[in-house]
Design a protein around this ligand. Structure first.
Ligand SMILES: Cc1cc2nc3c(=O)[nH]c(=O)nc-3n(C[C@H](O)[C@H](O)[C@H](O)COP(=O)(O)OP(=O)(O)OC[C@H]3O[C@@H](n4cnc5c(N)ncnc54)[C@H](O)[C@@H]3O)c2cc1C
Length: 343
């Protein structure tokens, strides 16, 4: 029988605690100020990069930590639990599976070590379009092969962090939909260096959204990209961008990380004059649900033992390094998994 325990290992708890310790430097005032100025949390993202936390899924042979989806998810959860916004840097984890599983050895050697060291950021992915949201197969941006280049034309919508990223994963149609058997065929994915494309076929127009997500509309006007930026086989891109098990696991924990700060804010509000919440719905209901999910000493909703909760104050030391800013490749050997992303 499979082991169905959801308890975290000691190393995973140490990882969570170390991320929490790093995030403590970025108090709510940091986020409030950024939000007011609509700026990107560069300082935090740089610190997370230096500590190796944004490269945990990159295999060790390319300079990453070679850890799994669970560790990636724990890091995102902990950033949100600290009151921060993991959305500023989650893309590097969400799209890494596409690059690792379908990228060529040449692409991995060219980009992964630099992403792992922080020299390059891969924080942008361009899929959504004005007429292609939930149904990706409707996308109309085209990339047509011309010698050793592809020429890209079209428009993308709601594409985040383009101005804060060096690289972007782009999905475009390389064969028109009336020439393919299935509408999921004929789409291709490219890993492109956008640093030199801005103003040369790529126009980036920032969008003012309700949340500060550094989101943009993109316009491609005969934008030329090298043919070798194609990931895998031409026309197979739709299947390459589907990394659902990994992405869902990370999205789930990333979202779960928001619950604690929300509950804390609500508690703080309740203790202010006039701050009582009618019918005691929020935190009470939350506790009620938790007790349903509480089985055999495990909080199965969150996936770790209840006694591990509230441990942020006592940060376990990761072996062989400093707290918080510890480089992940110094983690205990048994935590280092070869081959990177587990699915
Ligand atoms: C802050 C922000 C950042 C984003 N960043 C990125 C990014 O970096 N890169 C990127 O590519 N995209 C990004 N997106 C786009 C996001 O992925 C899309 O918004 C999402 O795919 C949904 O597309 P849509 O907004 O066009 O909604 P629609 O597809 O129009 O859906 C609208 C509603 O209808 C529902 N719906 C749709 N189809 C059906 C159906 N067949 N049956 C029943 N219900 C249906 C949906 O569930 C939804 O509730 C971002 C969006 C936001 C808001």
């Amino acid at each position: 029988m499979h082991d169905m325990s959801f308890a975290l290992t000691d190393d995973q708890k140490a990882l969570k605690a170390a991320v929490a310790e790093l995030c403590k430097q970025y108090a709510p005032a940091y986020w409030q100020e950024l939000d007011a100025k609509r700026e990107y949390p560069d300082a935090l993202v740089n610190d997370l990069t230096k500590a190796g936390y944004l490269a945990v899924l990159i295999p060790q042979e390319y300079g990453g930590a070679g850890l799994g989806i669970m560790e990636g998810a724990l890091i995102l959860e902990e950033i949100n639990r600290s009151g921060g916004n993991a959305g500023a840097c989650h893309a590097q984890k969400y799209i890494m599976g596409t690059v690792l599983r379908h990228g060529s050895e040449q692409q991995k050697n060219m980009y992964l070590p630099k992403i792992a060291s922080g020299e390059l950021r891969l924080q942008a992915f361009g899929v959504t379009e004005p007429n292609a949201g939930s149904d990706t197969t409707k996308l109309q941006t085209t990339a047509l092969r011309k010698g050793d280049k592809y020429v890209v034309n079209g428009q993308k919508m709601f594409i985040s962090r383009v101005l804060q990223s060096d690289l972007m994963l782009l999905l475009a149609r390389t064969t028109s939909v009336d020439q393919v058997k299935k509408k999921t065929d004929g789409l291709s994915v490219f890993l492109i260096d956008i640093r030199h494309l801005k103003g040369k076929g790529l126009e980036v127009r920032p969008l003012k959204m309700m949340m500060n997500h550094s989101t943009n509309a993109l316009f491609f006007d005969n934008m030329e990209i090298p043919a070798d930026s194609l990931i895998g086989q031409e026309g197979k891109g739709f299947s390459y961008i589907l990394d659902l098990p990994g992405r869902r696991a990370m999205v789930h924990r990333e979202g779960g990380g928001l619950l604690d700060p929300a509950r804390d804010l609500r508690q703080a509000h309740r203790h202010q004059p006039g701050g009582a919440v009618p019918h005691r719905q929020g935190a009470h209901g939350h506790r009620g649900r938790r007790s349903h999910a509480h089985q055999g000493g495990q909080d199965v909703r969150r996936g770790y033992p209840l006694r591990a909760r509230g441990e942020h104050g006592q940060v376990p030391r990761l072996r062989g390094g400093h707290r918080g800013r510890q480089r992940l490749h110094r983690l205990p050997r048994r935590l280092r998994l070869r081959g990177g992303v587990r699915h």
